[in-house]
Design a protein around this ligand. Structure first.
Ligand code: SPD
Length: 292
């Protein structure tokens, strides 16, 4: 269960996300509340912080800050795109703040990116408070749809997509149906034979049972190889996060290292060394996840 508190301390207020399941909490000093909207799906709030720029909170859970969203968005985009031999057609499920979309569009080989987020208000808030993330939204290769991503994948044509990126909230509320076998099965069918799915897969320190369930479900529906990558993300519970890549067929042997080395775009976190290091697992993860 996630709770939130607004505390007063000296001149500052603090937005604090309490993660009761792990007896931990994370807080940011805020100067003011900028905006809020109750959409048909969720409660979206925007705060101005003292040190982290703007902060988006959905249903009391921190989604992103101006200062550190690059870590998550780069790791959800570049490892999977450089692991595919020629990613032309990309689908983003969720991702309404458009940070992942911005990173994907940096790849000039990508011909189309279709983003399906259930909640248009997330994008409208992001356009206003994270304009840097939305700067490429008018790229002719990008299509933004506001619809149910689960239904979209269920109805997608078989073998039509190179890369699917699931940039979701936690598995509660509208995001819940993106973490189960039925959804992974739809994704697998919609991928071309050399296609890859990547999904944000929560914290290795405090969500291990969920991560294990996700990986087991991906394997059960027939994905042939998985790769869980680790990266820091200060504003999420534990400050340590993962994404999991799942290949429809074959193994993860195709990292286009020289293309990543010579990439003609800027990144703040991602590079070849980071890509390789992100797949190194600490012993507790090997013990928890290598049993299957
Ligand atoms: N605990 C919060 C996890 C949220 C992950 N998704 C954030 C969306 C950023 N594009």
């Amino acid at each position: 269960m996630v709770l939130r508190v607004l505390l007063m301390s000296g001149d500052n207020k603090w937005f604090t996300e309490i993660f009761a399941a792990s007896g931990s909490a994370f807080g940011l000093a805020i100067t003011k509340k900028l905006d809020e909207v109750k959409s048909p799906f969720q409660h979206i709030e925007m705060f101005e912080t003292t040190h982290f720029g703007n902060l988006m909170v959905i249903d009391d859970v921190i989604m992103l800050s101006s200062r550190d969203n690059f870590l998550y968005h780069e790791m959800l985009s570049h490892p999977v795109l450089f692991s595919h031999d020629k990613p032309k057609n990309v689908v983003i499920i969720g991702g309404g703040d458009c940070g992942t979309l911005r990173e994907v569009l940096k790849h000039t080989d990508v011909e189309t990116v279709t983003q399906i987020d259930i909640d248009e208000q997330v994008t409208r808030m992001s356009e206003k408070y994270f304009p840097e993330l939305c700067a490429s939204n008018n790229d002719p290769r990008a299509t933004l749809k506001f619809d149910d991503g689960i239904k979209y994948m269920r109805e997608a044509a078989a073998e039509s997509i190179d890369v699917i990126i699931v940039d979701s909230t936690d598995p509660i509320g509208p995001g819940e149906g993106l973490f189960n076998r039925a959804f992974y099965d739809s994704c697998r069918k919609a991928l071309k034979p050399n296609g890859i799915l990547v999904q944000q897969s929560e914290s290795p320190l405090i969500h291990m049972p969920l991560l294990k369930d996700m990986r087991d479900a991906m394997t059960d529906v027939g994905f042939s190889a998985l790769q869980t990558l680790l990266f820091p993300q200060m504003v999420y519970p534990s400050g340590w996060w993962t994404c999991t890549l799942a290949r429809k067929e074959g193994q993860f042997t195709g990292f286009r290292e020289s293309d990543a080395e010579q990439a003609n775009f800027n990144t703040e976190y991602y590079n070849v060394e980071v890509h390789k290091a992100a797949s190194a697992w600490p012993n507790f993860m090997k013990k928890a996840l290598n049993s299957k």
